[in-house]
Design a protein around this ligand. Structure first.
Ligand SMILES: [Zn+2]
Ligand SMILES: [Zn+2]
Length: 181
């Protein structure tokens, strides 16, 4: 009899181990007849297979931004997954507030976009490219630009000839674009 289990991370609800099962990922305290925890994450979310590493990050951070989800109609999309207090996994495409107009900033495949881009009375083109200078912006960095108008850390970016440089990304004074600072 083999009782070895693969531990993927720590349960944010109860602190127990989250283990890999045939259907996904489950808290060790959510097994048996009288489970004391509700955490049970499906291995396939939005028609997309989750990797063990993604679940590890998701458990540690409580959220993760991912590409490659698809609708029933086969249209692909990017979104953030958020873990609710009751252990439910919610799709949340809004990652922050637009620093220019206060609208919602949503994850797109290539950029974080203000949701007022098609608004009649409050039109706003604000967006942050997800790839800037060869650096793939993380969710945390995008949220920092929205909330604090600048990334906390300098980011590693690349010139045409391959040389590396480090700059923060932040808002231009007119808040119209993203600049290297
Ligand atoms: Zn648990
Ligand atoms: Zn806006």
């Amino acid at each position: 009899m083999d009782s070895e289990k693969k531990i993927i991370g720590r349960c944010p609800l109860c602190g127990g181990n989250v283990i890999k099962t045939c259907k996904g990922y489950r808290c060790e305290h959510n097994i048996g007849d009288n489970p004391s925890c509700a955490l049970n994450i499906n291995g396939i979310i939005g028609n997309r297979k989750m990797s063990d590493d993604e679940i590890t990050e998701f458990l540690a951070e409580g959220r993760i931004m991912l590409d490659g989800f698809s609708t029933k109609e086969g249209k692909s999309f990017s979104t953030m997954l958020e873990l609710a207090d009751d252990g439910a996994v919610n799709m949340q495409s809004v990652i922050g507030k637009c620093p220019r107009c206060g609208g919602d900033i949503r994850v797109g495949a290539r950029a974080f976009n203000c949701s007022n881009f098609s608004s009649q009375e409050n039109q706003c083109n604000f967006s942050i490219w997800r790839n800037i200078g060869g650096h793939q912006l993380t969710l945390t960095e995008a949220r920092e630009i929205c909330e604090k108008e600048m990334t906390t850390d300098e980011l590693e970016m690349f010139r045409d000839d391959g040389t590396v440089y480090r700059k923060r990304l932040g808002l231009s004074p007119d808040k119209l674009q993203i600049v290297k600072i």
